[in-house]
Write a protein that binds this ligand. Structure first.
Ligand code: MG
Length: 281
């Protein structure tokens, strides 16, 4: 172990383009560092624009059992065995068969109603909810099963913008007046409530720290603009280099750096470097 002690560390990570390859969705190049974290029981908090159902499938394949944050900070999902490790008021939480869920955003139903109001003003965009499955598969690069999971959203609507940049700015303002947020992800814009990956991580970090005083370092890993608030909440902010865009900047963060390798190979590189471990991806 090098500079950072596993007992004092929590990792918060984006999925698409960060822990998962932008094109193939593979996490294999990150496997050595993932195995190290699992061996040292370092919590790995998936913090993604994906849905709860998609995240459950991916976490299972990654072998993760820690809490996770879905739909760009719209909800924190807490596996039942984890409840004893967090300080949280149960009246805030909804129960599912596998998890407790803390909603922080706005329901998709309400978002869709507000988007229809905006469409009537002449804005041009296409949402997931309007796309036939074949179109959704093409737009996301997912299989039919995975595309269906991606469309089972609870708190947000991804859209393809079909209008000018000037209209996009006006659209953003209109959304703001409706207490909605527009975020740019790797492939889509996402319309969601007044929340963010950073807000959700802050809640989880505080709930965890109240029971685990030893937690001193949160490491955040992301690749896109929708990760900035999460990285701002992290003590160590890591930009995982993307094959499709440059490295965004986080002004004034005391400890941020970008990886050399892209996607999951960059994830592996960053975690190996932080903990001083030798890994080969
Ligand atoms: Mg991403």
């Amino acid at each position: 172990m090098n500079r950072y002690c596993a007992d004092h560390t929590m990792i918060a990570t984006d999925l698409d383009g960060t822990l998962l390859d932008h094109y193939s969705y593979s996490y294999v190049p990150a496997q050595p560092a993932l195995s190290f974290c699992q061996h040292h029981t370092i919590p790995i908090i998936v913090n993604t624009s994906k849905t709860r159902l998609e995240s459950m499938v991916i976490r299972k394949s990654l072998g993760l059992s820690d809490p996770f944050i879905v739909e760009n900070g719209s909800a924190v999902c807490i596996p039942k065995p984890w409840m004893a490790r967090l300080h949280c008021e149960s009246e805030q939480l909804l129960q599912t068969s596998d998890h407790w869920v803390l909603p922080l955003g706005t329901s998709r139903h309400r978002i869709l109603a507000k988007l229809e109001k905006l469409r009537a003003l002449g804005f041009r965009f296409q949402g997931f909810s309007e796309m036939p499955l074949s179109h959704l598969m093409e737009a996301t690069g997912l299989s039919a099963t995975d595309a269906e999971l991606a469309n089972q959203r609870e708190y947000s609507e991804p859209i393809i913008w079909q209008d000018s940049d000037a209209e996009l700015e006006r659209f953003k303002e209109c959304l703001k007046q409706e207490q909605l947020t527009l975020l740019k992800g790797g492939r889509f814009y996402h319309v969601l409530g007044a929340t963010s990956k950073g807000r959700a991580l802050r809640w989880l970090k505080q709930a965890y720290q109240q029971k685990n005083r030893a937690l001193t370092t949160v490491v955040g890993l992301g690749d896109s603009a929708n990760d900035i608030e999460m990285l701002n909440e992290a003590d160590i902010a890591i930009w995982v280099r993307s094959p499709i865009h440059g490295v965004p900047s986080i002004p004034n963060h005391p400890m941020s750096f970008a990886t050399q390798a892209k996607g999951p190979a960059g994830w592996n590189e960053a975690i190996a470097s932080l903990f001083g471990i030798e890994t080969r991806s």
